[in-house]
Design a protein. Sequence first.
Length: 292
Amino acid sequence: MSSYIHELLIILFRNRSNSAVDLLRAIDVNVPEYDEVRIESSDLGNVQPAEYRADLVLFLERAACKVLGIIVEVQLACDKDKPYVWPAYIANLRARHRCPACLLVVTTDDSVTRWARRPIELGPGTRCHPWVVGPSNTPAVTELHEARENIELAVLSTIAHAQNTDIALATCMALDALMVNADIDDERFRLYFDVVMKALSESNPDLPEIIMNSLGYEYQSDFARRYVAKGRSEGRIEGRVEMLLNQLALRFGPLSETIQTLIRGLQDAQLDTVAERVLTAPTLEETLAPPD
């Protein structure tokens, strides 16, 4: 599940890159004025080893000039190596593009939030301060109009607050995210619905059924039928497949019809294998190679 959430969160930011700006502003970061957000290569080292590949790199641009580079890192567990590589991410991005740069760490665990917030000591008098967004400071999207304006933030809000002991609050956020999700394209619909339900079931196994009943009662089952008609197992597999196709295209470029067909034919265990390789295997061929 952790790998699934990790990849899904990256896709959320790719689908709406302004979400990174929304989160920075939510934690009172002074973001410069900009005209557009552009996604850039995530390779942040000269020789581009795996440890210098960030999850996502965005640039805020104004009048065709880069005014801020944002490195987005999804971190679901503490990692003793990250305090050494994160400063390199920032320094390399700043030097390469000659513009200010910052690191935004996104997590769904409060203990990871506390760990990632600690200043990174680089040497006497020099520190690196990551910006960190976790359950305690992720904006809680509880109004339907807010979710409609930014569905990716609504989904992120639901995932981040899924462990909240306030069941009514978690249910409210999930309902808002899922209702506006019904109006988007099929690919995002399957992916977002699946991950919201997974996040809820991990915190409270009864919540998905409560949500489905609420959707079916209040909204004449239109939304529920759209998902349930596919079958729960089929819907889950389809969501994982679409997420994996996005990740492979991000890492290796546009995928041929043959490769897409191959991925769509994989089963759970095979999807797990490819998902584990996609961040570290140097080539598409090695990522898709059969297990030894």
